[in-house]
Design a protein around this ligand. Structure first.
Ligand code: AP5
Ligand code: MG
Length: 219
């Protein structure tokens, strides 16, 4: 199964990817996670990406496409993959089509996660990530015993929760603007290819996961 999850910042792409990879045993390919890892390691790629990320703008296409090309060569993507946060503009979508055609692994579906603007802002404001294991939680919906007492699988101690540096109000506003301007056009692009499914991505995580699985092609 090869799918793209399309959705605004905070729409639940990362959260739903993790549900899917447990169920289908396919790889999650998140360009945001790959870029954050490169920034944290201080690689040349990370240094080139950092300014755009902290301003909420898109990182250059060449950087992101190079990363995707490399990632899709890794063996864990052979059984399938979920693209989370990629493609994000028309040039990336066209380049992805070309790449997947070259390697004979076309997309099976593109799912758009629909969440209203006020809910996106609420979700992003409450998001926290464990610095040690990467678990993503939300201050408003994750049970307090998880937030305060659940042992981190990496340290055995409670999670050390931090806010993502680009989750400040000003950067979020820019990320949402960039989504509307550059990523939203992909909805029509994939609808024209007959690949698009749009689902209501509000409500409990498990309910959204059920709606998502219902639109995916079955074996
Ligand atoms: P990226 O990391 O992709 O960020 P994003 O697209 O802005 O999306 P988010 O990660 O913020 O949200 P999400 O949809 O994953 O939601 P999540 O599941 O965490 O990109 C970051 C930056 O990297 C970009 O701004 C850009 O600079 C650069 N970049 C990345 N890809 C690029 C590309 N292809 N080209 C160029 N630049 C690129 O959920 C959010 C919160 O809500 C969490 O707290 C979660 O617990 C909670 N939540 C999830 N589902 C629910 C639910 N059903 N109910 C209640 N709460 C929920
Ligand atoms: Mg994400």
């Amino acid at each position: 199964m090869r799918i793209v999850l399309l959705g605004a910042p905070g729409s639940g792409k990362g959260t739903q990817s993790r549900q899917l990879l447990e169920r289908y045993r396919i790889a999650q390919v998140s360009t945001g996670d790959l870029l954050r890892a490169a920034v944290a390691q201080g690689t040349p790629l990370g240094q080139a990406a950092q300014a755009a990320m902290s301003a909420g703008r898109l990182v250059e296409d060449d950087i992101v496409l190079g990363m995707i090309r490399e990632r899709l060569r890794e063996p864990d993507t052979a059984a399938g993959f979920i693209l989370d946060g990629f493609p994000r503009n028309l040039a990336q979508a066209v380049a992805l089509d070309r790449l997947l055609q070259q390697i004979g692994r076309p997309l099976d579906a593109v799912v758009q996660l629909q969440v209203d603007y006020a809910e996106l802002s609420r979700r992003i404001a409450g998001r926290r990530t464990c610095v040690d294991c990467g678990r993503v939680v939300n201050l408003t919906t994750t049970p307090s015993e998880v937030l305060e007492h659940e042992p981190c699988p990496k340290t055995g101690k409670p999670h050390r929760l931090v806010q993502r540096p680009d989750d400040t109000e000003a950067t979020v506003a820019e990320r949402l603007r960039v989504y509307d301007e550059q990523t939203r056009p992909l909805i029509d692009y994939y609808a024209a290819q007959g690949l698009l499914h749009s689902i209501d991505a509000e409500g409990a995580v498990a309910d959204v996961a059920r709606r998502l699985q219902a639109v995916l092609p079955h074996d």
